[in-house]
Ligand binder design. Structure first.
Ligand code: UD1
Length: 391
C-alpha cells in the first residue's frame, strides 16, 4: 500500500513532539503541492496519508523524490474503493487519529476524496481546517471534485485562494471575507523546484520521441469511464501529426483493458506515470500538452508550454484567459483542434513572456506562516492579525 515499505513509514514518536500541524493528503497531486509547505514547516507537521493512492507509481516515488520523509501515519482500506467507501474509511480513521493526538490545525489541499474526508473529520472534531487551493469552481456537479470542493469550502475555517477569481467565488457563496486569503498556489514553487532538481538520468520509461512531440495524460472519469468517451480521446491522440508520448494513469490503463481499446494506441508511445521531475522534464521538452489534469493546467503556466484541456469544463479559467490553455469540449473534433494549436507558430514565444496567473512562487511560505499563526495563537488570533483583509 502507498508504495511505502513499513520501514519507510516513521512512527509519530520519531517525529518532533511539537508536530502540531496535521497535513492530510492521499493522492499524487496533494503530495506534490503540499511538499513545499511541509518543507517550510519542517518538524511541525504530522503527515497523514489516507492511502487513496497506494501504488509506488502514484504515491511512494513522490514521497521519496520530494525529500519530505515518509508519512507519519498511513490509513488502511481506502484505496480503490467507491467514493463513499473512500471518504467514510478515511473519516473514521482520522477521527480516531485526531482523538488520540489532537492537532492545532489541519491542512488539506485541493479537491480529492481525501480532502473532503479530511475537512469533515477535522471540522467534526472541532479542529480548525485550512484549505489550500480554495475557491476553484467548475460549476459541473457531475465532477466528484466539484462536490469535494463545495463540501470543503463549506467546512474550512481559512481558505487559501490561489487567485482573485477563486477568492471571488468564495465571497459569492457567502464566505466571510476575513477567512479568505489570496496566497497563490504552491504548484508554482513545486514546479520551479522540480525543474531545478532535474529529471533522473535513470528514467525507466520508453525512449522519448524526438522533438517535436506532444505529451498526453488522461485520467478523469468523464474521459475514461465510458467506451465512447475513451474512444474519442484515443482517436483524437491518434490524429495528431507529431509523435505522442502518453503517460497513462492506472485508472486509464484499466479502462483501456476493460473496453479492449489497445489497438487505438498504435503509433502512440505509452508509459506509466513517471516521477515528478521526470514528468516536468518530459513536459518542458514537448511542443504541446494534452490533458484533463488540474495540476497540468497550472504547471503549463510555469513551463510555458501550451495545453489542450480535454474536459467538459474547467475550474481553472485563469490558464485559458492568460493564453496558456484551450478548453476542448466533447462537442469539438479533438484531433482538428489540436492540429490548429500546433499550427500557431507564435504561441510559444508569447507564452515565454507571460507570467503564471497562479502565483509568485511564495504561496507555500505564506500558507506555512498562516498555519503556524493558527497553531501558535488560535484561529481568531491568526485571522485578526496580519492576514485580515487578505482579499
Ligand atoms: C484521484 C482524484 C482526482 C485526481 C487524481 C490524481 C478523487 C475523486 N479523484 O483520481 O481528482 O486528479 O486522483 O491522480 O479523489 N488506482 C491504482 N493505483 C493507485 C490509485 C488508483 O491502480 O495507487 C486505480 C484503481 O483502480 C482506482 C482507480 O485508479 O479504483 C481510481 O483511483 P481513485 O483514487 O479513486 O481516483 P483517481 O482517478 O486516481
Amino acid at each position: 500500500m502507498t508504495g511505502l515499505s513499513t520501514s519507510e513509514t516513521v512512527s509519530a514518536e520519531a517525529r518532533s513532539p511539537g508536530a502540531d500541524i496535521a497535513v492530510v493528503l492521499g493522492t499524487r497531486p496533494e503530495i506534490i503541492k503540499l511538499a513545499p509547505i511541509v518543507r517550510q514547516l519542517r518538524g511541525r507537521t504530522r503527515v497523514i496519508h489516507s492511502g487513496q493512492h497506494y501504488d509506488d507509481e502514484l504515491s511512494g516515488q513522490h514521497f521519496r523524490e520530494q525529500g519530505i520523509g515518509a508519512p507519519d501515519v498511513v490509513l488502511s482500506g481506502v484505496g480503490g474503493g467507491s467514493r463513499s467507501a473512500q471518504i467514510a474509511a478515511t473519516m473514521l480513521q482520522l477521527a480516531d487519529e485526531f482523538a488520540a493526538r489532537r492537532p492545532a490545525v489541519v491542512l488539506v489541499q485541493g479537491d480529492t476524496n481525501t480532502v473532503s474526508a479530511g475537512a469533515q473529520a477535522a471540522h467534526y472534531a472541532g479542529i480548525p481546517v485550512l484549505h489550500v487551493e480554495a475557491g476553484l469552481r467548475s460549476r459541473d456537479r457531475g465532477m466528484p471534485e466539484e462536490i469535494n470542493r463545495l463540501i470543503t469550502g463549506a467546512l474550512a475555517d481559512v481558505h487559501c485562494a490561489p487567485t482573485r477569481t477563486s477568492a471571488e467565488n468564495l465571497l459569492r457563496e457567502g464566505i466571510d471575507p476575513r477567512r479568505v486569503v489570496i496566497t497563490g498556489n504552491p504548484v508554482v514553487e513545486a514546479t520551479e523546484w522540480g525543474l531545478a532538481a532535474g529529471g533522473s538520468t535513470a528514467y525507466g520509461g520508453p525512449s522519448i520521441p524526438l522533438a517535436p512531440y506532444a505529451l498526453a495524460t488522461i485520467h478523469r472519469p468523464e474521459n475514461t469511464d465510458t467506451e465512447e468517451a475513451l474512444t474519442r480521446v484515443l482517436c483524437g491522440l491518434r490524429d495528431i501529426p507529431i509523435p505522442v508520448l502518453f503517460l497513462a494513469h492506472p485508472r486509464t490503463r484499466l479502462a483501456i483493458e476493460r473496453f479492449q481499446l489497445w489497438h487505438l494506441l498504435e503509433g502512440i508511445t505509452i508509459a506509466e506515470s513517471p516521477g515528478y521531475t521526470d514528468f516536468l522534464r518530459l513536459a518542458a521538452g514537448s511542443d504541446l500538452l494534452i490533458s484533463d489534469s488540474g495540476g497540468i493546467q497550472e504547471e503549463c503556466t510555469v513551463l510555458k508550454v501550451p495545453l489542450a484541456v480535454v474536459r467538459r469544463s474547467t475550474e481553472r479559467p485563469e490558464a485559458i484567459d492568460a493564453g496558456f490553455a484551450r478548453l476542448i469540449t466533447p462537442d469539438l473534433d479533438l484531433g482538428a483542434e489540436i492540429r490548429r494549436m500546433l499550427s500557431s507558430p507564435d504561441l510559444r514565444a508569447t507564452l515565454a513572456s507571460t507570467p503564471s496567473p497562479f502565483g509568485d512562487g511564495a504561496a507555500s511560505v505564506r500558507i506555512a506562516r498562516l498555519a503556524e499563526d493558527i497553531a501558535d495563537g488560535g484561529l481568531e488570533h491568526a485571522l485578526a492579525g496580519r492576514w485580515q483583509g487578505g482579499v
